[in-house]
Design a protein around this ligand. Structure first.
Ligand SMILES: Cc1cc2nc3c(=O)[nH]c(=O)nc-3n(C[C@H](O)[C@H](O)[C@H](O)COP(=O)(O)OP(=O)(O)OC[C@H]3O[C@@H](n4cnc5c(N)ncnc54)[C@H](O)[C@@H]3O)c2cc1C
Length: 406
């Protein structure tokens, strides 16, 4: 089934592009509407310094990203082994934790959250670790989720546990955005950039979607956009029920990235600032040689603000320089690149966070409302917050739509 169904996909991030790909493979007639003047959404690779490419958004491809790796194979895009000890970020100086203490803390956390702990904060406290070990775990989980540990559901301990330890990680050669571009190339002129969706009229008989300069009729839609811009679309009738309230409840973490040129490239490393709530890393480039830049990654809104936010990036540059005295970094703040997502109108955050106060309701988020089907990392259940989740959610929404009644 599915042949001949007219479907509009809203959003050309990984979720929307994967949905469009799956819908077309089964014969649907697809149009994709994207607000930005590029595809990829939170996957955004840009040139930096002398011939390097950096990821302003999603960067790490982890070992279990089966969908992403098979798409890379399909389009002939090689994976670059980064060599970054992603799962083994160390702290240094007064914050240092020995390797054996770090391993012991990982081991405790791998056993899952202690009974009765509601939040990650409570779970880590209940492990009764030494203060430095506990501080390292709290900060690491807060940075990765972009959200304070006292409002992260204790189950996040288990999600995080799989990212502690030693494992390989990659990016796509030339940037992760190449995958979005490859999927978009196949769509050709059914993809419309700079076309933010403003209105959706819907009933069981079909939908009508309005942009600033066009109105499109279709049988159904896959809505693959974050919940902040979703809330700005005028729905007629308004969205109600469990799915609508689950969408409104999604909380986004806040993460920013800072790229600083390395005057002398350095081998892969990963060092955290616990007090500053950021971690810094170096990596290999596509040629297998050390890449000529360092990335600093901060999380929680409070941490980003304390580091100077968008107004005073020189503060974060200075904090990074004083943490990584082992590296030969370009100290000129004007040469650094800051990537903030909270001010981006098409997302207003980094990725969905398992807030305790406002939980991600995985099942409700995957339920359609009439002819409207929902995709996006926030609907990806255990894969939420990740590129792989976005891709999987697009495939899932496409299948749901095509298997639904005409
Ligand atoms: C700083 C940062 C670091 C990250 N690091 C990693 C990582 O290392 N590994 C990993 O796997 N993941 C990472 N992620 C997460 C990853 O980027 C996301 O999970 C994934 O890219 C989300 O894809 P999506 O399609 O769900 O949403 P998006 O990429 O946000 O795509 C949605 C698209 O919809 C468009 N849109 C919005 N509103 C409208 C509208 N009204 N009309 C039309 N179009 C609209 C947007 O412009 C956007 O292109 C990171 C994210 C950030 C921000």
């Amino acid at each position: 089934m599915g042949g001949g169904k007219r479907v509009v996909v809203v959003g050309a991030g990984f979720a929307g592009l994967a949905a469009a790909d799956a819908l077309r493979a089964r014969g649907a007639e697809v149009t994709v509407l994207e607000a930005r003047d590029r595809v990829g959404g939170r996957v955004w690779s840009v040139p930096f310094g002398d011939g390097a490419v950096v990821e302003r958004g999603a960067e790490f491809i982890l070992p279990d990203y089966e969908v992403m790796q098979s798409l890379a194979t399909r389009f002939g895009i090689p994976l670059v082994l980064k060599g970054t000890p992603y799962g083994r970020r160390t702290a240094i100086g007064e914050e240092a934790v020995s390797d054996s203490d770090l391993e012991a803390a990982f081991e405790r956390i791998r056993r899952g959250p202690p009974a009765g702990a509601a939040s990650v904060g409570e779970a880590i406290a209940a492990l009764e670790l030494a203060p430095r070990q506990a501080a390292l775990l709290r900060t690491r989980v807060a940075i990765s989720n972009g959200h304070p540990v006292d409002d992260l559901d204790a189950s996040v301990v288990e999600e995080s546990a799989s990212t502690f330890g030693d494992f390989a990680n990659w990016t796509l050669a030339g940037g992760n955005m190449r995958l979005a571009d490859a999927l978009a190339d196949e769509l050709g002129d059914i993809l419309h950039l700079s076309s933010p969706v403003r209105r959706i009229r819907w009933s069981d008989a079909g939908i009508s979607i309005g942009t600033d300069d066009a109105e499109l009729d279709a049988d159904a839609a896959v809505i693959a956009i974050p919940t902040a811009p979703l809330g700005e679309i005028e729905f007629d009738p308004p969205l109600e029920g469990a799915t609508a309230s689950a969408l409104r409840a999604v909380t986004y973490g806040q993460n920013s990235k800072l790229f600083i040129r390395l005057l002398t490239p350095a081998p892969p490393s990963a060092v955290m600032s616990i007090a500053g709530h950021f971690w810094t890393y170096t990596q290999l480039g596509a040629d297998g040689e050390p890449a000529p830049f360092l990335v600093s990654y901060a999380g929680t809104r409070a941490a980003i603000e304390a580091l100077g936010g968008s107004e005073q990036p020189e503060r974060w540059v200075a904090a990074t320089l004083s943490l990584r005295t082992d590296l030969d970094l370009d100290a000129d703040p004007a040469a650094a690149l800051l990537s903030n997502w909270d001010e981006d109108p098409w997302v207003r955050g980094s990725y969905s966070a398992r807030s305790l106060a406002s939980p991600i309701r995985d099942d409700d988020l995957q339920r359609p409302i009439g002819p409207l089907f929902f995709a996006g990392e926030h609907t990806a259940g255990a894969w939420h917050g990740l590129m792989e989740g976005a891709l999987r959610s697009g495939g899932r929404a496409a299948e749901q739509l095509l298997d639904s009644r005409p």
